[in-house]
Design a binder for this molecule. Structure first.
Ligand code: PLP
Length: 218
């Protein structure tokens, strides 16, 4: 799909686009960059680092994949957002590396919403009890910017819709109970190539789209 048509679809919802460039070449990134796209998403720290070394410095790189704690330092100095924060141990590591880098890093809390078995992501209960013992104010170098989730890979649109509704409900619960005075806590990152129209209808503020823009991955 053309970037311009996709942006036209997002516009009525005021949702932003993260162009997911994992496995794609720097040239592929440049072709969207030249059309004005600035936010790109990658799921591996090493690939993120390599691309950022080759590409314009005003690109905003989002980490969207599971991040191992020993890889945080690879990206802490420049990453614009870590969308895939899925444990308190990872949060503490990001806090440590962000402090060293003298930065405040925007992060999203990845929440498990898929009915299918998935590996990564918090449950809402884990988040509520975790923040009770370690309040967000313990993390001076993290900016809690919202939530991220992935729906099941299924053709059942009603199931996908239910899962996105669940993420939105968790967002509101966290906003009310944990982040009532944090104006930065506002993003709901949901929707990929196969399900973004449903995500937009259910209140997505940020879609993460790869194959629809770049073509299928190897
Ligand atoms: C790969 C990936 C996407 C994009 O997937 P497409 O189906 O290619 O749009 C979105 N989010 C995450 C977390 C991903 O790993």
């Amino acid at each position: 799909m053309e970037l311009s048509s996709l942006l036209a679809e997002l516009k009525p919802y005021q949702a932003r686009l993260v162009a997911v460039s994992k496995t794609k070449s720097p040239n592929d990134v440049m072709s969207l960059y030249n059309q004005g796209q600035r936010i790109f998403g990658e799921n591996r720290a090493k690939e993120l680092e390599e691309k950022r070394d080759k590409l314009p410095s005003d690109i905003q790189w989002h980490m969207i994949g599971h991040l191992q704690r020993n890889k945080v330092k690879t990206i802490a100095g420049f990453v614009s957002m870590i969308e895939s924060v899925d444990s308190f141990r990872l949060m503490r590591e990001i806090e440590k590396e962000a402090r060293k880098a003298n930065r405040v890093i925007p992060v999203l809390l990845q929440i498990k919403i898929a009915e299918e078995e998935t590996k990564y992501g918090f449950s809402i209960e884990e988040l509520l009890s975790g923040f009770e013992s370690q309040p967000p104010s313990d993390y001076l170098h993290l900016q809690f910017a919202g939530v991220m989730g992935m729906a099941s890979l299924t053709d059942d649109h009603e199931q996908i819709r239910r899962e996105f509704k669940g993420l939105k409900a968790h967002f509101h619960t966290l906003k009310e109970l944990i982040f009532p005075t944090n104006d930065s806590f506002k993003e709901i990152s949901m929707g990929m190539s196969g399900d973004y129209p449903i995500a937009l209808e259910e209140g997505s503020t940020m879609v993460r789209i790869g194959s629809l823009l770049f073509g299928p991955r190897e």
